[in-house]
Design a binder for this molecule. Structure first.
Ligand code: RUB
Length: 411
């Protein structure tokens, strides 16, 4: 007896199924390949188990509802995700587990993930989101403008804090640790947070609100302790590298009552999963899961304006997934970062709109006139684009921007 996982053309109730779109490359025809995924990831295996009854298959078996070209859409019954224990790790083990290693598939990519309300409601979602971040910063409309303190590693705590202060004096609303800086001997977390907090207090006394995201990327068993160290020493925002920490590490933070600051989510390592358009897990899926797990801002790319590999149409999908209605959970701030400088901000904002956190590390630390001038140039570039004025035109009255454009051009 063979079980037929194909339910082609059937309409699945999106409230009763977790629906996944896969891109599949295989020597098998697409229907057979899709069927292999459905069976491996639900009730089947490589042979027909004698214990698999029609009843078990009907209730728990995944169904292939579309298999055309290189695309397969598979629905997993919501009961496969039931129970109080499991969470995002279990969702991933089902929809993105063994299938990547199946010998019958040359490549496969989990491209989109649609989760029913009953599943999404089990997660905290962002505690601040776009509106909350804007409230904290008193910045109702304009993009947030930030920096990543550079060099990535090596500055001692006081130099680090001085950098943040100077960036704030130049007008930036945000700054952050880089993804590899956590608690190294040359810049321990506790001392860095307290020095940066003093710098931010000073800025606030001088009339400027700014927050800094402190990286607490660490092992699961000590992540709450790391958050405590940061928050007790005055952190206004924390940050995790969600793929190295894991979505559940992010969720632990978002759900803990002591974590009462926004969580910035970096996506370091995502390229290993997302870069091959035929294999891996898309950034769209990572966006959906990061929002559910409770991040407040997520790196989604620079729409081709920066140093990182980009697929603009996919980045627009990610932006949509972070900001569109999602069963009442808050929206997440899209972050554009990586190789940005004042000359590319106009082009970037044509795609990002105003709900974006724009960040530049080298683009702030590069100009020879110092961090304050580099930060001012970035803010001026954002103001120009916000007002619909070209950077070149705006630079006529803004010398810091003029200097940055001289260095890097206006493209
Ligand atoms: C930014 C930087 C960040 C990138 C990562 O520094 O290196 O870690 O944001 O990329 P710089 P992404 O501004 O000097 O390039 O945001 O695409 O994940």
């Amino acid at each position: 007896m063979t079980i037929d996982y194909l339910a082609l053309g059937e309409e699945l109730d999106p409230e009763e199924y977790v629906i996944c779109e896969y891109i599949v490359k295989s020597d098998l025809d697409i229907k057979t390949a899709a069927s292999r995924i459905a069976e491996e990831q639900s009730t089947g295996t490589w042979t027909h188990p004698t214990t698999l009854s029609d009843d078990i298959f009907e209730r728990y078996g995944a169904k292939v509802v579309l298999a055309e070209g290189n695309k397969a859409t598979i629905g997993y019954p919501i009961i496969d995700f039931s129970g109080d224990i499991g969470g995002i790790p279990q969702i991933l083990s089902i929809v993105a587990g063994n299938l990547f290693g199946l010998d019958s598939l040359k490549k496969v990519r989990l491209d989109r993930l649609y989760l029913p309300k009953d599943v999404v409601e089990r997660y905290p979602g962002p505690q601040f989101g776009i509106e909350g971040l804007r409230d904290v910063l008193d910045r109702p409309e304009k993009p947030l403008v930030g920096t990543i303190v550079k060099p990535k590693i090596g500055l001692p705590p006081q130099d680090f804090a001085d950098y943040v202060y100077e960036a704030g004096k130049g007008g930036l609303t945000n700054s952050k640790d880089d993804e590899t800086l956590v608690d190294q001997d040359f810049c321990p977390l506790e001392e860095r947070v307290s020095r940066v907090s003093e710098a931010l207090d000073r800025l606030e006394e001088e009339g400027h609100k700014m927050i800094h995201a402190h990286n607490i990327t660490t092992s699961a068993h000590e992540i709450l302790e790391a958050a405590d160290i940061a928050i007790e020493n005055g952190a206004r925002q924390i940050m995790v590298d969600v793929l190295t920490v894991g979505f559940s590490g992010l969720q632990v933070l978002a759900e803990d009552p002591s974590v009462d600051v926004p969580i910035h989510v970096h996506r370091a390592m995502h390229g290993a999963l997302t870069r091959d358009p035929e294999h891996g897990i898309s950034m769209a899926v990572i966006s959906t899961l990061s929002r559910m797990a409770g991040g407040d801002a997520l790196h989604i790319g620079t729409y081709g304006a920066g140093k990182m590999h980009a697929d603009i149409s996919h980045e627009l999908i990610c932006k949509e997934l972070l900001t569109q209605e999602m069963y009442g959970i808050k929206s997440m701030m899209p972050v554009s970062s990586g190789g940005l400088h004042p000359g590319v901000i106009g082009e970037l904002m044509e795609n990002s709109g105003n709900d974006v956190q724009i960040q530049a590390g080298g683009g702030v630390a590069g100009p020879p006139d110092g961090i304050r001038a580099g930060a001012s140039a970035m803010c001026q570039a954002v103001d120009a684009a916000y007002k619909g004025i070209s950077a070149v035109e705006y630079a006529k009255d803004h010398p810091e921007l003029e200097r940055a454009l001289e260095m890097w051009g206006d493209h």
